[in-house]
Design a protein around this ligand. Structure first.
Ligand SMILES: C[S@@+](CC[C@H](N)C(=O)[O-])C[C@H]1O[C@@H](n2cnc3c(N)ncnc32)[C@H](O)[C@@H]1O
Length: 505
């Protein structure tokens, strides 16, 4: 990627995001999704705002100790053309954070007044979801309206039965994470032309759960800037996956932008940010019903996108489907067997993957090798056949995020197979694939070009079946030919990449 013609900025390590406050205990912080933004990142976020009106109403929702508002104030005060006034509304639910928030507002007042900006602030020790959704429903006489919002919202899953979920639903917001709920509400509270700068997990960029959020956000906001950096801190404790964070700047407008500035930084202290303008149609493909957000952060991503865009077949064109393995082991415990025995069929876990194929059974391993085959367990099994399996969770240190293997009945005995839930599997309407086609498909999926393409729209190590469905593929004939000539597992990665390149691109 070329060095930025856009203003470079410096960031500290992304792990600083989980910096803790001594004053609040760890459990409560985790319940509240409380991770404070370090100053360097807060300053970077503030620097992304464009010129604001002369009377600014700023929202800081989930304000914590007020570091984002302080960064905004510092940015504002050094502008050549300063606004007349700044009015801040800071929401914070945690009483332990409120005193520090008040202190931050006092410092902001002093700083603004020293350069002639009138400053007012309101610290609202309230639940933002409740107040904002009530305001949107017109249940208050006050209607909250803002010209700008700077936010690091809490990150936490919200149950479908929770009051937060119900309040969000009441204003037409369907989402399962607090952060996307916050952002959707904030978007509604902005005036036309109002600006948002936020830092959140990157998980909303792909996957089925965030589809309603993506559609809602992209229809109301014009994305101007996306900055990606990798955090070693997993934002969601129960996911146990690598989670990248993104910072974005967007302006309230229904018309999509022509270009989005995509930037990235390594997370190394003092790293320079590189940035480039990317056509919006490359960020969100106009014909993509999933509205995935693609972030090309380096040249290999761009090359992969160009290559993948030459492929014409969808999964449907191949006559294939992808599903998630049906055997959820803790729910099927009564059918599981450590080793094969009469009346059982093979049960495949990710640990059985071996060089593009399946090494089964793994005697003495931690996972069961077999599942009892009976009328009761029939619904958990797939008929004997050739399936392409893809890990749903790759290890962080694994070179590729997409790891595929062929489950080959010529090697594996059994009239049916169990596929465990940590795997996705490609099938032909519930049955196996033609063997050559399966070989070709697995090799294609294991190529670096697919991996690089995948990394543009997924910032985590989880591979959803929707992600796989969204890919373009070579034709059936091409895959079949490739599979015939090159069974999986025989080549090194470099050799596989060379062959895939020659055959498909
Ligand atoms: C990720 S922290 C960010 C704090 C601060 N903005 C920063 O960037 O350092 C999110 C904050 O939102 C607060 N919070 C969580 N749920 C909230 C709610 N429903 N309403 C208002 N604040 C909430 C938490 O207590 C926490 O301080």
């Amino acid at each position: 990627m070329a060095r930025s013609t856009f203003q470079p900025a410096r960031l500290f390590d992304a792990d600083d995001l989980v910096e803790s406050s001594d004053r609040v205990n760890r459990d409560r912080r985790s319940d509240l999704g409380q991770f404070f933004t370090p100053k360097s990142i807060a300053d970077f976020m503030a620097s992304l705002f464009d010129a604001c009106p002369s009377k600014i109403r700023l929202l800081d929702a989930g304000a914590g100790n007020g570091s984002l508002t302080e960064a905004f104030v510092q940015w504002l005060c050094q502008l050549k053309i300063k606004p007349d006034s700044l009015s801040v509304t800071a929401f914070e639910i945690d009483e332990h954070a409120v005193p520090a928030l008040h202190e931050a507002m006092t410092r902001c007042r002093t700083e603004c007044e020293s350069v002639g900006i009138r400053f007012t602030s309101e610290v609202r020790h309230e639940d933002f979801i409740s107040t904002a959704s009530y305001s949107e429903r017109g249940l208050f006489t006050e209607r909250l309206r803002f010209d700008a919002a700077i936010v690091n919202p809490p990150y936490r899953k919200i149950q479908s039965t929770s009051s937060a979920r119900k309040m969000l639903s009441a204003v037409g917001i369907e989402t399962s994470n607090l952060y996307s709920g916050f952002i959707s509400l904030i978007v509604r509270l902005l005036v036309p032309g109002g600006q948002l700068v936020a830092i959140t997990p990157r998980s909303f960029c792909n996957g089925p759960y965030f589809k309603p959020f993506r559609i809602d956000f992209l229809s109301r906001m014009s994305l101007r800037r996306m900055h990606v950096f990798e955090s070693r801190a997993s934002a969601f404790a129960d996911d146990n996956v690598l989670q990248e964070n993104v910072i974005y700047h967007a302006v309230k407008a229904r018309k999509p932008p022509t270009y989005v500035v995509i930037s990235s930084s390594s997370g190394v202290p003092g790293a320079i940010v590189s940035a480039r303008g990317t056509p919006f149609s490359d960020v969100v493909h106009p014909d993509d019903i999933e509205q995935f957000i693609h972030l090309e952060t380096d040249d290999s991503h761009r090359i992969a996108r160009n290559q993948m865009s030459t492929l014409t077949a969808s999964l449907t064109d191949l006559g294939l489907k992808v599903s998630t393995g049906r055997v959820v082991d803790f729910r099927a415990r009564e059918y599981l067997r450590a080793d094969p025995e009469p009346g059982t069929v093979p049960l495949i876990y990710p640990c059985h993957f071996h060089q593009g194929g399946i090494a089964w059974p793994k005697i003495g391993g931690r996972k069961p090798n077999a599942i009892h085959s009976s009328a009761q367990s029939l619904g958990l099994l797939v008929p004997r056949g050739c399936y392409v399996l893809v890990k749903r969770f790759s290890a962080k240190e694994e070179r590729r995020r997409i790891v595929a293997s062929v489950c080959d009945p010529e090697i594996l005995a059994g009239e049916a197979f169990g596929i465990e839930n940590h795997l996705n599997y490609f099938h032909a309407n519930g049955h196996g694939l033609e063997r050559d086609l399966a070989f070709g498909l697995a090799s294609f999926l294991n190529s670096t070009v697919v991996d690089q393409y995948f990394r543009q729209f997924s910032g985590h190590t989880q591979v959803n079946s929707t992600d796989l469905r969204s890919l373009r593929f070579p034709s059936t004939d091409q895959l079949r030919r490739f599979g015939q000539q090159h069974p999986p597992g025989l080549s090194t990665q470099a050799e596989l990449d060379r062959l895939v390149d020659e055959e498909f691109f």
